[in-house]
Design a protein around this ligand. Sequence first.
Ligand code: COA
Length: 202
Amino acid sequence: MPLNNSSNIIVSAGNVPESGESMDSLFVPKIDHVGKQTYSAPDLLVSNPKQTVIGSFTSIGRRVRIGHGTHPQHYLSTSPYLYLDRLGYKTAKTPSHNEWEVLAPVYIGSDVWIGDDVLIKNGVTVGHGAIIGAKSVVTKDVPPYAIVCGIPAKVLRYRFSPDIIKKLLKLKWWTLPHAKIKQIPYDDIAKAIRVIERFRVK
Ligand SMILES: CC(C)(COP(=O)(O)OP(=O)(O)OC[C@H]1O[C@@H](n2cnc3c(N)ncnc32)[C@H](O)[C@@H]1OP(=O)(O)O)[C@@H](O)C(=O)NCCC(=O)NCCS
């Protein structure tokens, strides 16, 4: 993706990108809880924007669905016309089932990469550092630093060895100030860990 100073980045409250640059046609998800430098390509839908949480430095592809609507399976009908009061079929004698509109939030960590056309089910947690392959349907929690893909999404492999993952989860580099992050030799994982460890002891 080309980097430029495009003004079409949409910045939600409390989440001002600090790099001074934005990526063309990308935007910050308009949800209440989103970390720094997280962005999405167009057509992101978050079903519970008040409670869903996305960490920092997370990259989201096109047409991603984070959570989705859900309908009851065991009533006479799956249609919301019968069970949501606001749609007009409610009478004094029929019970309300407005709870079907309350969708469990999704929790997405930091440094997650979500490919195009991914759907993540309500209530799922995606661990820090995970990758979700294009067109996957994520039905279960994704472990940190796992690469998952498919329908339903399954673990393909892990980005790093268990020992490195353990260190990264302890160090949480994305919580460092920007000036420090810029100094990390990010393309050499062993050196990067050594530098972050030095930052953490200071
Ligand atoms: C998941 C992903 C990161 C894996 O990339 P990779 O490490 O190069 O993986 P490979 O191409 O070597 O594929 C490894 C295996 O996973 C399968 N696979 C890869 N991506 C898949 C996907 N999205 N869904 C289902 N299976 C997938 C491959 O068929 C292959 O299977 P095999 O071992 O049985 O032959 C990549 O395929 C992907 O989906 N990237 C997202 C791209 C995208 O959406 N970009 C736009 C946003 S920036």
